[in-house]
Design a protein. Structure first.
Length: 210
């Protein structure tokens, strides 16, 4: 399949890095939303603000039907980074964005959406939502128990300075369930992730508006 091009794609999805790109590409394909979507990898959180300034131009906003920005909360429980990104996006698009919703940039401009995983005010990342899709499912109760025992045995549980361990748990599970490549994107491609899980419902609803 030919790789989507920015110039000819009416819908744009902005993500932080390549791992996010592959996961969201698979989610959109599952939703039947992949056609006409160009996914822009910003090259990491450190470069995000500068890259947004360059990438989201008035011409882009005027020429596209949808522009979505999806980010991880990471350790931003106080919403400091989220607030900075929202202020930047509001200025670049002319919107007053609300997380998890879509706004129209102007009469003829793009619909603009902004999503934080797992949620604003939470510590974590997209892996938290995916891990919850397993941990909240009674069918995976024994698997989850085994993974959590392994994390405890390895001394890799949460600490006062690091509460973000969902990626460790998910990687441990996928090392067995998808051993050829335990990364989130390839596992999603091979449908090792239940995109219909309640834990992913908020994200799914957002992407369905794309």
């Amino acid at each position: 399949m030919k790789k989507p091009e920015l110039k000819t794609s009416p819908r744009i999805l902005v993500v932080e890095g390549y791992s996010d790109l592959t996961f969201y590409a698979e989610f959109l394909e599952m939703l039947g939303k992949q056609t006409g979507v160009y996914i822009k990898d910003m090259g990491g959180r450190e470069r995000l603000m500068a890259e947004l300034e360059t990438f989201i131009s008035p011409a882009l906003v005027a020429s596209k039907s949808h522009i979505a920005v999806v980010l991880d909360a990471d350790d931003d429980a106080t919403n400091t980074f989220y607030a900075r990104v929202k202020t930047k996006l509001d200025a670049l698009t002319g919107c007053d964005l609300k997380e998890g919703e879509w706004s129209t940039a102007s009469k003829d401009g793009a619909k603009v959406g902004f999503f934080i995983a797992p949620a604003p005010g939470a510590v974590g990342e997209i892996e938290d939502l995916v891990w919850s899709s397993f941990s909240e499912d009674p069918a995976h109760a024994e698997t989850v128990r085994c993974v959590e025992q392994f994390i405890d045995c390895m001394g890799a549980g949460p600490t006062a300075t690091n509460q973000r361990i969902a990626k460790r748990k998910l990687g441990s599970l996928l090392a067995v369930r998808h051993e050829d490549d335990p990364r989130l994107g390839p596992a999603a491609r091979d449908r090792k992730i239940n995109f219909d899980a309640p834990a992913l419902r908020r994200l799914r609803t957002f992407l369905e508006g794309f």
